[in-house]
Design a protein around this ligand. Structure first.
Ligand code: SD4
Length: 322
């Protein structure tokens, strides 16, 4: 059954992807064009240009696209000065034998492939960055450095007196708007499955940071024989567990999509009870579900033949263990 499912209430992206597959397009085209809508509309400030500046005030982008038929993947991490990250990811898949290109040299590749170089900063992102500087760079992602990152901006140096303690995590729920990456799974009329993600990552990240979204098996994973899954949330933690791969493997073992997502999050909760994130999954038959942790509830968007327009569904999150 053809269908589209994506994280968060980004129904314009859902509708675009659906229009692609219902007019005969492939699931890969649908993922690319659907995610592009979010990049252009700067959905919730978490996708595309002009938001979530890093410590230096620059916005950089992470994206991936995966083909469930061939298992081919293209990804970009920390992409600079190119707006259409999902299309650059597709270009990595189409025009190289690599999987992931990062940073300035990913930009160079994109330019060679004909993408336009332009700033990803806007008045909004510059203002956001200035306010963060005025708040003494709070919150941030540093730990075990001097000066104390909980009260000072950098430049930082290692704190040699410190024993590398893990500091409490940056709470993505408190910092609303820091977690709305789009992850999308599409099944087209031929039954072919594709998935993708695109995001500007974590607000005030350390320059050079790449999150979970462009990592195969973490941000997204698809397998035509089983289904697909995509994740959103605290990527620095999530990418240590490959939750999308786990969700697809769980479905392969016979779990329902919802249980597969819950069980994909369980190992993360065991180690990081203060993390927040969500996973969506769809089986190759178009049965879908989601699970979340650390938010009160989680919204995702779906479109399938029984609907006349994209629908937002809500799932309550698993109980916090801490
Ligand atoms: C990241 N996972 O870069 C992303 C952030 C996000 O929904 O918003 N995810 O960590």
């Amino acid at each position: 059954m053809p269908m589209v499912i994506n994280t968060w209430p980004f129904t314009n992206a859902t509708a675009k992807a659906w229009s692609v597959i219902t007019s005969g397009g492939s699931s890969l085209d649908a993922v690319e064009q659907g995610c592009t809508v979010c990049e252009e509309q700067q959905s919730d400030g978490s996708v595309g240009f002009g938001n979530h500046p890093d410590e230096n005030g620059e916005t950089t982008l992470d994206a991936m696209i995966m083909d469930g038929v061939t298992h081919d993947v293209g990804s970009v991490g920390c992409l600079r000065r190119i707006k259409s990250a999902i299309s650059v990811a597709r270009a990595v898949m189409n025009y190289t034998k690599h999987t992931l290109l990062v940073g300035e040299l990913a930009t160079q590749f994109a330019k060679e492939m004909g993408f336009k170089e332009e700033t990803l900063s806007t008045n909004t992102s510059i203002e956001e960055w200035k306010q963060w500087k005025a708040r003494k760079c709070q919150p941030n992602f540093r730990q075990n450095v001097v000066p104390d990152p909980q009260s000072s901006c950098g430049p930082y140096k290692p704190d040699s007196s410190n024993s590398f303690e893990q500091q409490p995590r940056y709470n993505m729920q408190v910092n609303q708007g820091n977690h709305d990456t789009i992850g999308m799974i599409v099944i087209d009329s031929a039954g072919n499955i594709a998935g993708g993600t695109t995001t500007n990552g974590a607000n005030h990240k350390v320059p050079g940071r790449v999150g979970d979204s462009p990592i195969t098996g973490s941000g997204c994973y698809v397998d035509n024989d089983v289904g697909g899954a995509a994740a959103t949330g605290d990527g620095d933690v999530m990418m240590r567990f490959l939750p999308s791969l786990r969700a697809v493997e769980n479905m392969n073992q016979g779990m329902s999509p919802s249980s597969a997502c819950e069980q994909a999050l369980a190992p993360i909760i065991k180690f990081y009870p203060d993390f927040s994130g969500a996973v969506i999954a769809a089986s190759k038959k178009g049965i879908y579900g989601a699970a979340c942790y650390g938010f009160q509830s989680f919204h995702y968007s779906v479109y399938h033949p029984a609907l006349l327009s994209p629908q937002v569904e809500e799932t309550p999150c698993m109980k916090k263990v801490k």
